[in-house]
Design a protein around this ligand. Sequence first.
Ligand code: URA
Length: 219
Amino acid sequence: MPAKQHNQAPPEAPRDCAVCPRLVAYRRENAAANPAWFNGAVASFGDPDAELLVVGLAPGVTGANRTGRPFTGDFAGALLYGTLGKFGFTQGTFDARPDDGLRLVGAMVTNAVRCVPPQNKPVGAEINACRPYLVSRIAALPKLRVLVALGKIAHDSTVRALGGKLSAHKFAHGARHELGGYALFDSYHCSRYNTNTGRLTQEMFEDVFASVRDELIRG
Ligand code: URA
């Protein structure tokens, strides 16, 4: 069952979304310095029949903000799309370019915040302002059963999008939550920082997706 929330937003923000003044200013700065980059609100990527929705934090400045596809062009994408591939959610080969021909099968990747934030850190008001798009994204996936939140910001926004309470659903790597009729799994974000510091290993990340696969197979 989709979360029942009053929500007027479409599932994707317009590329020139004007809701968050700080993010609009940062986007203009990036566009002035790098006019060939995408520099806009990055739309979700994947299969409209997705049973799995992966929720990231926000576009990286030289990653999704440059290429226009979530997790494409920065370190985090290689681990994310590589892992999705290992568990059968991709066709084609990820090559860090939006025209690499990669397709997601039964999965979609989105972000809690659709525009790149300075220092990779969206503020609370920006996360809240972008949540209606997450609510609509979830509601627009008729086959959706499982979500994976990458990091605490994605977790908190997803719990709220599903109408849950954070006090009842605390972020913890590997945790499984049930809310709004969906299963939500948590993982540390697959960022270069987390993998370099050893907070997240490839094995830990794959364990989360093994649980996701088991959940989807159990039916
Ligand atoms: N790229 C994204 O699109 N999202 C993230 O959370 C990190 C990198």
